[in-house]
Design a protein around this ligand. Structure first.
Ligand code: IPE
Ligand code: IPE
Ligand code: MG
Length: 236
């Protein structure tokens, strides 16, 4: 079983368009798929589930769609937080908090605070998240330490930079799943994805369920991870 599964939840709009429905209906059904997936991940014994719910670049969508997505986030936290807490889920948020509406910041904080002591599934919500922004922020923090004389530039290593990312204690994802058939990362976990297996699933996110998750994990388990080295029995 992979320890850390990350998912790019894509295809809500196409799911809706294929049914002649407004895009927001796809996002609503996407929240239901998320509920199913969190439950399935818990049952399958996955330790960490990271979900890409809103990217730094998604601000370029029409204001009405952004409003719909923010409303769904608010509703998700208000409605589901108690149940997540009861299920021993620990919620973590990664992404830029600055620039978010104040009530959203408070809800995100509440979700993290309430579930901080939980020991079951860790649900990492990437919200207003962009990997380049995350790496640039880490570089800024390191530059400040150098400027203040607390760090020598020569001591900056991958490990040190990694320790300045949003959630440095979370292990890198073993597998990144993207739904909708698109085969790109769209600025998701670029640093952490160095050796992640990528699995692209040809269904839209609102149709994702436990069987689809198990299928993606089965595909991951067929992969041979090498991390740049050699695997037993392939040398001669
Ligand atoms: C994913 O579905 C949800 C978000 C990016 C917030 P999309 O809204 O990207 O759906 P498509 O890709 O247009 O079908
Ligand atoms: C990635 O999907 C972001 C999320 C799933 C939140 P997008 O739909 O925004 O990505 P592109 O624009 O197709 O690359
Ligand atoms: Mg999309």
């Amino acid at each position: 079983m992979p320890r850390h599964v990350a998912i790019i939840m894509d295809g809500n709009g196409r799911w809706a368009a294929a049914r002649g429905l407004p895009r927001v209906e796809g996002h609503r059904r996407g929240v239901e798929a998320l509920r199913r997936t969190v439950r399935a991940a818990t049952e399958l014994g996955i330790s960490v589930l990271t979900i890409f719910s809103f990217s730094s670049e998604n601000w370029s969508r029409p204001p009405s769609e952004i409003g719909d997505l923010m409303a769904l986030l608010r509703r998700f936290i208000r409605k589901d937080l108690a149940e997540l807490h009861e299920s021993n889920v620990r919620v973590r948020i990664v992404g830029e908090r600055e620039g978010l509406e104040r009530d959203i910041c408070l809800l995100l904080q509440e979700a993290e605070d309430l579930t901080r002591g939980n020991t079951g599934l860790t649900l990492v919500v990437a919200f207003n998240y962009g990997a380049r922004q995350e790496i640039a922020r880490a570089a800024q923090l390191l530059a400040i330490e150098v400027a203040e004389g607390r760090l020598s530039a020569a001591d900056i290593s991958p490990e040190l930079l990694g320790s300045h990312l949003h959630a440095p204690d979370i292990p890198d994802p073993d597998v990144i799943i993207r739904t909708s058939g698109e085969q790109r990362l769209s600025n998701f976990l670029l640093w952490q994805a160095a050796y992640s297996e990528l699995v692209f699933v040809p269904i839209n996110w609102p149709d994702f369920d436990r069987a689809a998750l198990e299928g993606a994990i089965a595909e991951y388990r067929r992969r041979e991870r090498r991390f740049g080295g050699l695997v037993a029995n392939t040398g001669s």
